[in-house]
Design a protein around this ligand. Structure first.
Ligand code: NAD
Ligand code: WQD
Length: 337
């Protein structure tokens, strides 16, 4: 059985679908701080099977101990964490405490129960801002611009050190680039609370009429159209990478890092135009100042994941926007309906 922490969330719920489709039994632990249990009902609608669910905080060692005692867990995928960059600047202690405690408590309980395989949600945010593009797994890390980024960087250091100390451990660190889109069924997707921090959910709320217009954060970057360029990856592609990572972890020892992106950069205006095509409406936007901490261009070198995991993203920007729009129109207020 696979333990999926944070499995009720955006990426976690999509991973549950792919794990169940691949034949795995899944137990989700989530405290629902940024998600709804309804997402797991939707997983059942898609796959015919609802993951087992325990509402608990991963930082709660006793509760996690009980989960490992109750279920026969072989491997863990650890999505649980707080992820809002801006909020992490306002509430650094909450971010360091939640994200680092969760990683450490999980490892303690895994050790106690003899579970050795872990896949961790890391982020392209661990890369230093002064690298050449594309980013390879050996590009420079650190110099994070916010506490959220540091929690990912520090968690990576913790996992690496644990693997040095314990040769039985197998830990896969997946550095996601920009996950977007939704399951093609329109039943699960991203459901941000309050004002979306990220581009695609913001654009989709403009498209559905929840917001007037998008603000483009700067059009004077050294890119083709002056707007920021990122490596957007369909969340279903990303979810599938976790199935490959779990299989890899169960056949290898040590700590391995993989970039999970498409290897292709798209600008803010590329997203706006692709979304306009998907929804058949104009997306009004105004150009505002640059957002602090943003880089002009970020995209992945995906060769390692391709060679070692056999991972290659299948879905293009058109499909990411079409699936995002289907989710948005079927669930105009997310899971809160
Ligand atoms: P999400 O907020 O939708 O999912 C995270 C889940 O973890 C939520 O369901 C939340 O309720 C749960 N959670 C948080 N702290 C918890 C705790 N202490 N105990 C139990 N549950 C807890 O976010 P997501 O986009 O699905 O991201 C999943 C993971 O991927 C996160 O670790 C995030 O940092 C990482 N990541 C996300 C992105 C992105 O752009 N979405 C990019 C890179 C990395
Ligand atoms: C994408 C582009 C913005 C919103 C963030 C985190 C990173 C990772 C993924 C977790 C940029 C522009 C955005 C808007 C805009 N998360 N933009 N108007 O910044 O690449 O990465 O999410 O690990 O850690 O930092 O993604 O979606 O916020 O921005 O013009 O309203 O869209 O400037 O160029 P980012 P994003």
């Amino acid at each position: 059985m696979i333990l999926v922490t944070g499995g009720a969330g955006f990426i976690g719920s999509h991973a549950c679908v792919e794990l169940i489709n691949a034949g795995y039994d899944v137990v989700v632990v989530d405290n629902l701080v940024n998600s709804h249990e309804k997402s797991l009902d939707r997983v059942r609608q898609i796959t015919g099977k609802r993951p087992e669910f325990v509402k608990a905080d991963v930082c709660d060692e006793k509760a996690m101990d009980a989960v490992f005692s109750k279920y026969d867990i072989d491997s863990v995928i650890h999505f649980a964490g707080l992820k809002a960059v801006g909020e992490s600047v306002q509430k650094p202690l909450e971010y360091f405490s939640n994200n680092l405690d969760a990683s450490m408590v999980l490892c303690k309980v895994m050790r106690k129960h003899g579970v050795h395989n872990l896949v961790f949600s890391s982020s392209a945010t661990v890369y230093s801002g002064d690298n050449e593009m594309p980013l390879t797994e050996s590009s420079k890390t650190g110099n994070c611009t916010n506490p959220y980024g540091w929690t990912k960087y520090m968690s990576e250091q913790i996992f690496k050190a644990l693997c040095v100390a314990d040769p039985d451990l197998s830990i896969v660190l997946l550095r996601y680039f920009n996950p977007v889109g939704a399951h093609e069924s329109g039943l699960i997707g991203e459901d941000p609370q309050g004002i979306p921090n990220n581009l695609m959910p913001y654009v989709s709320q403009v498209a559905i009429g929840r917001r007037d217009h998008l603000t483009v954060f700067g059009d004077d970057y050294d890119t083709t159209d002056g707007t920021g360029v990122r490596d957007y990856i369909h969340v279903v592609d990303l979810a599938k990478a976790h199935v490959l990572a779990i299989q890899y972890a169960s056949g290898h020892k040590g700590c391995e890092v993989f970039n999970i992106g498409t290897g292709k950069g798209s600008s803010v205006l590329d997203i706006v135009h692709a979304y306009e095509k998907a929804c058949g409406k104009k997306i009004p936007y105004v150009v505002g100042p640059r957002r602090a901490g943003d880089l002009a261009t970020v995209y992945a070198d995906t060769q390692k994941a391709n060679k070692v995991l056999g991972f290659k993203a299948q879905y293009d920007l058109e499909r990411m926007c079409a699936d995002s729009w289907r989710w948005q129109t079927m669930n105009p207020n997310g899971f809160g309906d």
